[in-house]
Design a protein around this ligand. Structure first.
Ligand code: NAP
Length: 280
């Protein structure tokens, strides 16, 4: 069983970002609302990595009770600030805040997470300018390990807006490292394992710690485990430990998809800058 480690791929992407950032000034503004524990860790990591590659990163940490108006006004201000290259709003937001309206307020040309409907629309049309970082990172990982999904049956478990749905669009588009036949499964899929057992590649993006069983994997299949959960002090994915015994190749947790998410977010800032420079 081959381990598909994300770090070498992430290092390569980060080196390209750093090279670009030596020539121009890039700035990423991160909006964090409240004190969601995992979000605070992710944001600290994004800030650290951004600074390492020479992107100025600015955190706007609002209190958990921040109002819709406060968040929208901050985003409007960042949209108007020429020094700001990219903006992200860390999800999840506290439940009183309207997530869709907030994501739609980010200017599409500053939308570093690629979650604005305009950018998701371009992705749905098969011509993304940039894409949500985690699925984009998975495509980079497949390229690095020369695992083309073309002509393969890929089963994605989870239709979330951050991972499953955009990944289905990326892998099925008529493009390099696309052209897969994709099945997108979720909680309403009857007999889930009957689908995954047919897959040449299974992507686990369901957010259920160490729960996906080895009997759902065809021997030799590629498994991309997107889940990341802290259980009894240890980081685990969505795959049960025995999945690695059946898979032909698998992303480890930690050290698989995780490092690629931040690297691809930062490479999105480069893409934003290029697009902004072209439109001036
Ligand atoms: N490694 C990283 O860097 C990274 C980055 C981002 C996200 N993640 C992880 O990736 C996972 C997906 O993220 P997301 O934001 O896309 O998640 P999400 O929006 O919560 O979506 C989870 C999806 O999984 C489906 N699901 C849950 N349990 C299932 C089950 N037992 N059988 C079949 N489908 C099931 C849900 O189905 P329904 O739609 O029917 O509810 C839903 O579509 C999460 O674990 C998240 O922590 C990791």
């Amino acid at each position: 069983m081959k381990q598909l480690k994300g770090s070498p791929v992430a290092q390569k992407i980060l080196a390209e970002v750093a090279e670009y950032a030596r020539r121009v000034t890039l700035r990423l503004d991160i909006v964090l609302v409240g004190h969601h524990e995992a979000s605070q860790i992710y944001v600290a990591h994004k800030l650290r990595q951004a600074e390492k590659v020479g992107i100025k990163a600015v955190l706007h940490h609002l209190p958990a009770q921040a109002s819709r108006t406060e968040v929208l006004q901050l985003l409007a201000h960042l949209n108007q600030t020429p020094e700001v290259t990219g903006i992200i709003v860390q999800l999840p937001l506290p439940s009183h805040l309207p997530e869709n309206e907030i994501l739609e307020t980010i200017a599409p040309e500053k939308d570093a997470d690629g979650l604005h409907p305009y950018n998701l629309g371009l992705l749905a049309q098969g011509r993304p300018r940039w894409a949500p970082a985690t699925p984009w990172g998975i495509v980079e990982l497949l390229q690095h390990y020369d695992l083309s999904p073309a002509g393969k049956h890929v089963v994605i478990v989870g239709r979330g807006r951050l991972v499953g749905t955009p990944l289905a669009l990326l892998l099925s588009r008529p493009a390099s490292y696309g052209n897969a036949t994709v099945t997108l499964c979720h909680t309403q899929t009857p007999d889930l394992l009957a689908h995954t057992r047919q897959a040449d590649m299974v992507v686990l993006a369901m957010g259920r710690p160490a729960s996906f069983p080895a009997e759902g994997i065809k021997p030799g299949a590629v498994v991309i485990d997107v889940g990341i959960h802290r259980v009894e002090g240890k980081l685990v994915g969505d795959a049960a430990p025995t999945v690695a015994e059946v898979a032909g190749a698998i992303t480890p947790v930690p050290g698989g998809v995780g490092p690629l998410t931040v690297a691809c977010l930062l490479s999105n800032v480069v893409r934003l800058h290029r697009a902004q420079s072209r439109s001036q």
